[in-house]
Ligand binder design. Structure first.
Ligand code: EPS
Length: 388
């Protein structure tokens, strides 16, 4: 599968094309728009979220609620565009009333101007903005529906916001538990008491003119063993999933497997395998579902760290690229905390990467063929144990 998105944060619309989805997949537009609503939510989101009501309008690749195997194309309109037409119109003179020359460290502003030869970072931030993740969410939401047809579910939750952890962060949840419970509070944390502490911490950051990042966990249940391969570096599933997550705005660390502190010894790290009647079982999942670059049939758990959004009311020291003089960074409208939203985006970024790898393994011009092939894949793991 391949996808492209296009569109700027304050332009007329975002759009996306997803090519390679098998034909005959029933697509529920309401579920896709529900993902967009999840992405817009979250305690600490900025004023833009009160302007938009993100909705995907499909105009290709889907007919009568089923995919046709042709590229799927969609638009998401930017309601805010009506306030930016003099700044963002594709043709004709544009106003420089929103020019950004006091470039914001931590965003793409400064390096974007260096790379593309701009004297105004407006063109940079319009595309670099996390606004683009609305389109990536639609791409992933389509893939989630393919994965669900194949028996695979994806959920996520917020593990910490700033210095406020979910005390039970070590608890292992299934994707189904996360889908059922994580959206019950505004920070998408699985512990209500921790959620309240996280909200208070966000309130404090807002009062201080600051912003917060945090830690996210995505859990993928139902992946059959054997997706990805050890035979080539670029086919290792952990690298593929980590790359997909790392490519989301503001994500600065991704971990697959409970080894982050590097302290665990080799005699404790592996997840031992035991006979289990006609099959086998493991009592731990420290590998988080991937061994040797391949899914091993256990839940895949991806932990990611989102940096705090660099735009803060207080600003930071920078240069004004117009004058070369010292300045404070521009205060573009922004979120205080977008970690709950980023968790939704990561679910969908991982959904595309995983669906693509599964189709590479099982093929399938039609959803039914892919479904049958995945069923066979599931049987292989058990038959291997019986030496069949
Ligand atoms: C966002 C849209 C943006 C930002 C935010 C998230 O809209 P606007 O720039 O008009 O406020 O609110 O993006 C960032 C903070 C960023 O730095 O990219 C969205 O749709 O998620």
């Amino acid at each position: 599968m391949r996808y492209l998105t296009a569109g700027e944060s304050h332009g007329e619309a975002l759009c996306g094309i997803l090519e390679g989805v098998p034909a005959g997949l029933e697509l529920d537009a309401n579920k896709i728009n529900a993902e967009l609503k999840r992405r817009q939510s979250g305690y600490g989101r900025g004023a833009r979220m009160r302007i938009e009501s993100d909705t995907a309008h499909f105009f290709a690749g889907v007919r009568g609620g089923k995919t046709t195997g042709a590229p799927i194309a969609f638009l998401i309109e930017n309601r805010d565009f009506e306030n930016w037409t003099d700044v963002m119109s594709p043709f004709g003179a544009v106003s420089d009333r929103r020019a950004v020359t006091k470039v914001r460290p931590g965003h793409a502003d400064f390096v974007g101007c260096i790379k593309y030869g701009f004297d105004d970072a407006r063109n940079v931030l319009e595309r670099a903005s996390a606004r683009e993740t609305a389109a990536r969410t639609v791409i992933g939401a389509i893939c989630k529906q393919l994965l669900q047809r194949l028996g695979i579910l994806i959920g996520s939750h917020v593990v910490s916001i700033g210095d406020v952890p979910n005390a039970n962060a070590h608890t292992v949840y299934s994707a189904a538990e996360l889908i059922e419970n994580a959206d019950k509070n505004e920070v998408r944390c699985m512990n209500e008491e921790a959620a309240e502490r996280m909200k208070k911490r966000i309130d404090r950051a807002k009062k201080d003119g600051d912003s917060l990042g945090g830690k996210i966990e995505v859990v993928i249940s139902g992946v059959p063993a054997g997706i990805g391969s050890y035979v080539q570096g670029d086919r290792r599933l952990d690298g593929i999933l980590a790359g997909a997550c790392m490519s989301v705005q503001a994500i600065k660390a991704v971990e697959i497997g409970r080894y982050a502190d590097g302290a665990i010894a080799g005699t404790d790290a592996p997840d031992a395998v035991y006979p289990n009647g006609e099959s086998y079982k493991r009592e731990n999942n420290r590998a988080c579902g991937i061994e040797g670059g391949m899914s091993n049939g256990e839940d895949i758990c991806i932990r990611a760290v989102m940096k705090p959004i660099p735009t803060t009311a207080r600003g930071v020291d920078t240069v004004d690229i117009k004058t070369g003089k010292a300045a404070r960074s521009e205060n573009e409208r922004s979120d205080v905390c977008a970690v709950p939203a980023a968790a939704v985006v990561l679910e969908n970024a991982a959904a595309f990467a995983l669906a693509d790898e599964i189709l590479k393994t099982v093929g399938g011009d039609t959803a039914s063929e892919a479904e049958r092939a995945v069923k066979l894949l599931r049987e292989k793991a058990v038959s291997t144990v019986r030496g069949v």
